[in-house]
Design a binder for this molecule. Structure first.
Ligand SMILES: [Zn+2]
Length: 176
């Protein structure tokens, strides 16, 4: 059974019988797509980068989509120093902190934002991974500008949201 958190999150739900038919017939259509709303108003210097990072995720996954505005459950903030990080339950609720000093050091802001959204979508860090992964984070160095999740990362996120909103995990702090 789908379980939903009472957090003001918009979840598209079809009548159960219809959804079951659609799930069986057209799984790729993701009739139970979860929409996660984010608020980037506290990240004024990286509006375009946020929009691009969101577009990258939305183009890669189908069971969950990110959307600006609405009843936000993901909040982005700008900080200076200490490193970018995310405080999240790994299932669409959390706060993302983007460190302007990391950008000044040469790290790509769109990649940082895509990485931190990845934590909100349930992905762990994989610093030893290649530049083709967004969850490899700072691992590949400042020359890595890739902000598009690879196929394996996208598949994991789709799996994480395959059943809509499962019960949230305990809040955890994910560094970088
Ligand atoms: Zn990370």
């Amino acid at each position: 059974m789908l379980r939903r958190l009472a957090l003001g999150i918009t979840v598209m739900l079809l009548p159960l019988a219809t959804a079951q038919v659609l799930t069986a017939a057209t799984a790729a259509a993701a009739p139970n797509t979860v929409t996660l709303h984010y608020d980037a108003s506290d990240l004024p210097d990286y509006q375009a980068e946020t929009t691009q990072a969101v577009a990258n995720w939305n183009g890669a996954v189908s069971n969950v989509q990110l959307a600006a505005g609405g009843g936000a459950t993901i909040f982005l903030h700008e900080i200076s120093g200490g490193g970018s990080y995310t405080q999240t339950d790994g299932h669409g609720n959390g706060d993302i902190y983007i460190d302007t000093q990391q950008v000044a050091e040469g790290f790509d802001p769109t990649r940082i934002i895509a990485h931190e959204f990845g934590h909100n979508l349930g992905l762990p860090d994989d610093y030893s991974g290649p530049c083709t992964e967004v969850m490899s984070g700072h691992g590949p160095g400042t020359s890595c500008k890739n902000a598009v999740p690879d196929a394996q990362e996208a598949a994991q996120v789709d799996q994480n949201f395959a059943n809509g909103f499962a019960p949230a995990h305990r809040l955890t702090v994910v560094r970088d």
